[in-house]
Write a new protein. Structure first.
Length: 164
């Protein structure tokens, strides 16, 4: 069975059974910083760096300690994964204004789907992947995360590129 690495995954879990989880703060399966993880030995990598700085809902992005401490993770994760030959996909929130420099400077394909954006080194068909329509204002902070929508995309990406 092929091996998947899930970087900066928070508490998310994927349907694929052979996943190693690494998060900046939770450090579930691997210790240390997510940007220093040995990427060799994996057949596919998915990543979901913290979105607080890039979220349109975060009016404190410039004063929030957490936003300032984690804003580098999205562009650095993308740069780290760009050079790999295996399938990779990186998710974050949709905010074209704050993401314009990242979009302009990446070698990865850029897709907008649902409330999220995805950077990947593969041409990937998103249409038809289930996305729950919801009003995030009615959700708790935990429920506002990508949750099922991101997991649905990641699971389909894994299925497309590992289970063919």
């Amino acid at each position: 069975m092929k091996k998947v690495l899930y970087l900066a995954s928070g508490k998310g879990r994927l349907a694929y059974p052979n996943v190693v989880y690494q998060d900046k703060f939770i450090k579930r399966d691997l210790g240390g910083d997510m940007l220093e993880v040995d990427l060799s030995g994996y057949d596919l990598i998915v990543a979901s760096p913290p979105c607080n700085f890039y979220s349109r809902a975060n009016y404190r992005r410039y004063t929030s300690k957490y936003s300032q401490e984690t804003k580098h993770l999205l562009p650095e994760t993308i740069k780290m994964l760009e050079r790999l030959k295996i399938p990779v996909i990186v998710e974050n929130v949709r905010n074209p204004n704050l993401l314009k420099d990242i979009i302009a400077n990446t070698k990865l394909f850029y897709y907008e789907y649902g409330r999220h954006v995805y950077f990947t080194n593969r041409i990937f068909e998103f249409n038809g992947i289930k996305q729950e329509l919801d009003n995030i204002q009615d959700k708790s902070v935990i429920e506002r995360q990508g949750g099922n929508n991101v997991n649905n995309v990641f699971n389909e990406f894994i299925k497309t590129f590992l289970e063919e």
